[in-house]
Design a binder for this molecule. Structure first.
Ligand code: HEC
Ligand code: CU
Length: 338
């Protein structure tokens, strides 16, 4: 009859670990809180003004053993809590391998999610149960925060920066998704659902939602032809990136044997250790590729010149995610991990 949940369900591996820590700390707080409260009540009753039967003289001495005990025992307990929580935090936020990656873009006022196979969702995120998931987060405007209470994870979506978040959903189901950083008038509407499906259903969902799939289904429905193959096939995130690459004219210089200028080999950019003209050494990661497109002058690869036009204001965050997936794929990196 009563449906009054005090805590959200725990539906990820990381969430289980965090719940255990949370309830341990809560239990310790309740135990010590009770001891102090009962002591206070006892003393208040015993030494009430009307009770003349008690000895009200001062304590004669201090006891070093008692003082050491009430200093050291709480110190040990607090340090255990700190060490445990710090280890958990480090484990959860450290880069991990072997993940399924989704890109999530926060914007006023919605969450836009892109899957490696090209499927897109708004204010919905469909994920497989039992697999490590990496969410690469960025914002298109102001700071948002991507929060899934049932997984016990939350991370800021910051403009101009990719933030990673890892978790392993365990239980199929539908969970809340929130923006937990006040981001303007309709902040409260920046909510959605996370749908966790068993692996085989998730694969079916991916196939059904790959771009082109719905168009093909629609054609099949109108023409009456049974399951006509999608014209041109479906486009993965990397293939969408290739189209953006051509549409923006990047191939006038890059991956073009007749390039008018000397350009770095983009098939080697991802994962490379890159020496810059100013002597700095950087890694060829998402952040580097993003900056190289928006503001090429910020970091010039050694041996090349500042001849690439800046694309700031001409590419959307969605297109950037696609371009990055494309450049990753050039290096032979699958989008679902290293
Ligand atoms: C006019 C020719 C030209 C065009 C057009 C051009 N680039 Fe470049 N690009 C360069 C040059 C020259 C460099 C090397 C200098 C530098 O780092 O800015 C470069 C560097 C890069 C790098 C860094 C690669 C590395 O390994 O250091 C990336 C990534 C990149 N371009 C992507 C793009 C994308 C994506 C587009 C289209 C949106 C594009 N470029 C359009 C000339 C061009
Ligand atoms: Cu927001």
């Amino acid at each position: 009859m009563w449906n009054f949940p005090l805590v959200p369900p725990t539906a990820s591996k990381e969430g289980e670990a965090i719940s255990l820590l949370y309830w341990t700390i809560t239990t310790i707080a309740i135990v010590f809180g009770t001891i102090v409260l009962l002591g206070a009540i006892y003393l208040a009753v015993r030494y009430r003004a009307s009770n003349n039967a008690v000895d009200r003289s001062n304590a004669t001495d201090s006891d070093l053993r008692i003082e050491l005990a009430w200093t050291l025992i709480p110190l040990v307990i607090a340090m255990v809590m700190f060490g445990w929580a710090a280890k958990l935090y480090a484990d959860i936020y450290a880069p991990r391998e072997g993940y399924y990656e989704v890109f999530v873009i926060g914007k006023q006022w919605m969450w836009h999610c892109q899957h490696p196979n090209g499927a897109r969702e708004n204010n919905m995120l469909t994920l497989p149960a039992g697999r490590l998931v990496k969410v690469s987060l960025i914002s298109q405007d102001v700071i948002h925060a991507f929060s899934i209470p049932a997984f016990r994870v939350k991370r800021d979506a910051v403009p101009g920066r990719y933030n990673a978040m890892y978790f392993t959903p365990t239980k199929p189901g539908v969970y809340h998704l929130f923006c937990t950083e006040y981001c303007g008038t309709k902040h409260a509407e920046m909510i959605g659902k996370v749908v966790v499906l068993p692996e085989n259903e998730f694969q079916k969902w991916l196939e059904k939602n790959a771009p082109g799939a719905t168009a093909a289904a629609a054609t099949a429905a109108t023409t009456g032809s049974a399951a006509a193959p999608a014209t041109g096939g479906t486009l993965t995130l990397a293939q969408q990136g290739e189209q953006v690459f051509k549409a923006l004219g990047c191939n006038a210089c890059h991956l073009n044997p007749n390039s008018p200028v000397k350009v770095p080999d983009l098939t080697k950019t991802w994962g490379d250790t890159i020496k810059l003209t100013d002597g700095r050494v950087v890694k060829g990661d998402e952040a580097y590729i993003r900056e190289s497109i928006l503001n090429p002058a910020a970091k010039i690869r050694e041996g090349y010149q500042n001849l690439m036009p800046p694309y700031q204001g001409q590419v959307s965050e969605e297109q950037l995610v696609q371009l990055i997936a494309y450049i990753k794929s050039l290096a032979g990196a699958s989008n679902g991990g290293k």
